[in-house]
Design a protein around this ligand. Structure first.
Ligand SMILES: Cc1ncc(COP(=O)(O)OP(=O)(O)O)c(N)n1
Ligand SMILES: Cc1ncsc1CCOP(=O)(O)O
Ligand SMILES: [Mg+2]
Length: 205
């Protein structure tokens, strides 16, 4: 299993499963290496259905599959892991529920101290953001790109999230991020495969 790096696609919150599957397929075709299922609005049946399909899709393309927030759903679809933030389960609980091989990602917002604590608690990767203003999450904490240089010794991949697009992603990679997590900059258009290829290419060196 590869680690978290490169283009990290996060699903838009939608009820339209058919379009979601098409869009995610295109993102994987374009080179996304990690896929996170993030859906805050749908009922449990739709969430289970969408997550199951997307888990198989990711597996068939050798991409990692991570579920946002929901440890039980991650277990139900045999995801590679879960992503948790400050309002979610603790990192140690996620690790205990999913086992030593699971990927447990942790949101660290704009804080190196949170990142060090997350690694000590067993996180497999940390995420800093929002590195740019996010249309998807307008209230997100702003995180400076300097965090990536400051966290180079953490020993786990560092993911950047928030407002990342083809126009600004190169700056994020140059700052030292190991992966870029993208929702709007990838899925807010009809050219998802092309956008994914452009973003993924920033990691081919
Ligand atoms: C890769 C990645 N980074 C950060 C987040 C945000 O998690 P959280 O702070 O728990 O906010 P929600 O996504 O749950 O609204 C993420 N999901 N993925
Ligand atoms: C979940 C989350 N956490 C910080 S910003 C954000 C949303 C990222 O979406 P986008 O790539 O559309 O800004
Ligand atoms: Mg969360």
């Amino acid at each position: 299993m590869h680690s978290v790096n490169g283009l990290y696609a996060i699903t838009p919150d939608t009820e339209d499963s058919e379009r979601l599957i098409e869009q995610v397929s295109a993102a994987l075709d374009g080179g996304a290496r990690v896929l996170q299922y993030r859906n805050k609005g749908s009922d449990p049946v739709r969430r289970l259905w969408q997550a199951s399909i997307l888990a198989s899709l990711a597996r068939s393309r050798d991409a990692l599959f991570i579920v946002n927030d929901d440890i039980a759903l991650a277990r139900a679809v045999q995801a590679d892991g879960v992503h948790v933030g400050r309002d979610d389960a603790a990192i140690a609980s996620a690790r205990a529920a999913l086992g030593p091989a699971a990927i447990v990602g942790a949101s660290c917002y704009n804080s190196i101290e949170l990142a060090r604590a997350a690694v000590a608690a067993g996180a497999s990767y940390v995420a800093f953001g929002a590195v740019f203003p996010s249309g998807t999450k307008p209230g997100a904490v702003a995180a400076p790109l300097q965090l990536f240089a400051q966290s180079a010794d953490l020993g786990v991949p560092r993911v950047a999230i928030g407002g990342i697009t083809a126009a600004n992603a190169a700056q994020v990679v140059a700052a030292g991020a190991d992966a870029i997590a993208v929702i709007g900059g990838l899925f807010d258009g009809d050219d998802v495969a092309e956008r994914a290829a452009t973003l993924a290419a920033l990691f081919h060196n």
